[in-house]
Ligand binder design. Structure first.
Ligand SMILES: Cc1cc2nc3c(=O)[nH]c(=O)nc-3n(C[C@H](O)[C@H](O)[C@H](O)COP(=O)(O)OP(=O)(O)OC[C@H]3O[C@@H](n4cnc5c(N)ncnc54)[C@H](O)[C@@H]3O)c2cc1C
Length: 457
């Protein structure tokens, strides 16, 4: 009898197995494909290998302002794909070694629930006290005429060894869409980024959307919002997409990317168990990450919500600890979001609009990168740090960063919010100079109307 059987070896399942083993549990991890899941094999790691190459290329091309005149001979995409495969392989090997080191039994195969305490894997029966479902997500192609035949997913795009002349990226204009638009544009594709939503990154603060739309347009991406895709037809290795909205558009491209995803639990036997599924089509969980079935937890992409690796691996800790008899809540309000575009995006907590919709008395402060010394000397002046705070108590409700290193910088904001620091405490804390983190302090000072380095309003 196991204490915990974890289903899925992505960032969620891997972290859950290790944490449960650290707490003394007898743990099995079932994985149907390769260890590492989407993140290591088809997501975070591969796309950030692309990001590294794309940002280097971007900076070489724009290095004249720094006093460097560089000539680029060629973009060797097969070499980038090979590098990506190598990094993913190294991470997978490290994961498997750490499972062994923690005496976690790795079982290769597809898990199916027969009862809440009995899981079958290719004929083998695993009896367990608790289980953690971490089966992740899969690409989702919306039901639009011709799209299933025409669309490529990020799985295929990240294996590509030749850059298409033109690409239509259709979807929610969420983080992955924007990252792909950035990289493909830098690599030389003519990029059309089209969404039905009235703005890019519709879950983020309005100003973040505006800044990113402006940045992408300046880089040469065609950004079209408020338009829907009516049909896509494949014709001689090209795709003709009919787009409608305020304008009727016909795009003729040689690649069509749909980066949307859906929680994945096909064939796991959840229906038979009667486990509740949310309207977002993820497995419903409470704040302890318990499903509607006693002893069964669910974590990561399969629960819907913010589909990001660090969410998956931090949910894993809460679920594993609870499976091992503790009682921990998952802090949904402290989930940071990160987007590796140029400039980057990092955010946590409520947007200004969300805080106002909650009827809170909101005070906002912002500090532009254009006035930050490091941003100026590095010629990375696009962006700002925006803080949304409660006007009465100074509680930090949300932080929205667009700019260089935003994905690292947002960690400051998470820490401040986790420790329930007020804007006053943040405004009075000291940072090294010159750093981007000075802008976080300056934005806090702006909330309190004493930003030293901004003109008085
Ligand atoms: C292109 C792209 C870029 C991304 N970039 C980032 C990023 O930079 N940062 C970030 O935070 N997130 C990023 N993400 C999202 C991130 O990859 C996911 O949020 C993360 O992988 C979710 O982890 P998970 O463990 O929940 O699921 P997954 O990683 O999907 O793992 C689920 C695992 O379960 C296995 N499985 C499924 N069903 C069964 C079964 N019945 N039995 C046994 N095994 C099963 C699967 O084979 C898979 O290995 C990106 C995603 C994509 C697509």
């Amino acid at each position: 009898m196991y204490d915990v059987v974890v289903i899925g070896g992505g960032p969620a399942g891997y972290a859950a197995s290790v944490r449960a083993a650290q707490l003394g549990g007898k743990v099995a991890l079932v994985e149907a494909a390769e260890m590492g899941g989407t993140c290591v094999n088809r997501g975070c790691i591969p796309s950030k290998v692309w990001h590294r190459a794309a940002s280097m290329l971007h900076w070489f091309r724009n290095s004249e302002s720094l006093g460097i005149r560089a000539t680029i001979n060629e973009l060797d995409l097969p070499a980038i794909v090979e590098r990506k495969n190598g990094v993913s392989r190294d991470i997978r090997m490290g994961m498997e070694a750490l499972l062994k080191n923690n005496q976690i039994e790795l079982i290769r195969g597809r898990a199916i629930f027969k009862s809440p305490r009995e899981i079958h894997v290719d004929g083998r029966i695993l009896e367990t006290r608790t289980s953690i479902v971490a089966t992740g997500s899969r690409p989702k192609i919306p039901d639009i005429p011709g799209l299933k035949d025409a669309a490529a997913t990020t799985d295929e795009i990240l294996e590509m060894v030749e850059i298409p002349d033109s690409i239509l990226i259709w979807g929610d204009a969420g983080p992955i869409d924007l990252e792909m638009a950035t990289y493909m544009n830098i690599f030389g594709s003519r990029v059309h980024l089209v969404t039905e939503h009235p703005r890019l990154l519709f879950k983020e603060d309005q100003e973040t959307s505006q800044r990113m739309a402006k940045a992408l347009r300046e880089q040469g991406v065609e950004v079209v919002t408020g338009h829907s895709l009516k049909s896509a037809v494949r014709a001689n290795n090209r795709f003709v997409a009919e787009i409608s909205g305020p304008d009727e558009l016909t795009l003729n491209v040689n690649c069509l990317l749909v980066a949307s995803r859906r929680p994945y639990f096909d064939g796991l036997g959840l229906d038979e168990l009667g486990i509740r599924v949310d309207p977002n089509n993820g497995i419903w969980v409470d704040d302890r990450l318990r499903t509607s079935m006693d002893g069964v937890f669910a974590i990561g992409d399969v629960t819907g919500g913010w589909m990001m690796s660090h969410v998956a691996s931090s949910m894993a800790i809460t679920a594993a600890e609870n499976a091992m008899g503790n009682d921990r809540k998952f802090p949904f309000h402290l989930i940071p979001r990160a987007i590796w575009t140029i400039p980057e995006v990092g955010s946590v907590g409520l947007s200004e609009e969300e805080a106002e919709a909650k009827g809170l008395n909101v005070e906002v402060g912002a500090f532009p990168y254009a006035v930050n010394g490091l941003a100026m000397l590095r010629d990375e002046m696009s962006g700002s740090v925006k803080i949304v705070a409660d006007a009465d108590y100074g509680e930090i409700l949300g932080v929205h960063i667009v700019g260089a290193n935003a994905t690292e910088l947002v960690g400051e904001a998470v820490m401040a919010m986790q420790l329930e620091a007020t804007v006053k405490e943040l405004a009075e804390s000291i940072r090294c100079h010159p750093t981007f983190s000075e802008s976080v302090v300056d934005a806090a000072r702006d909330v309190l109307n004493w930003a030293l380095y901004l003109p008085r309003s």
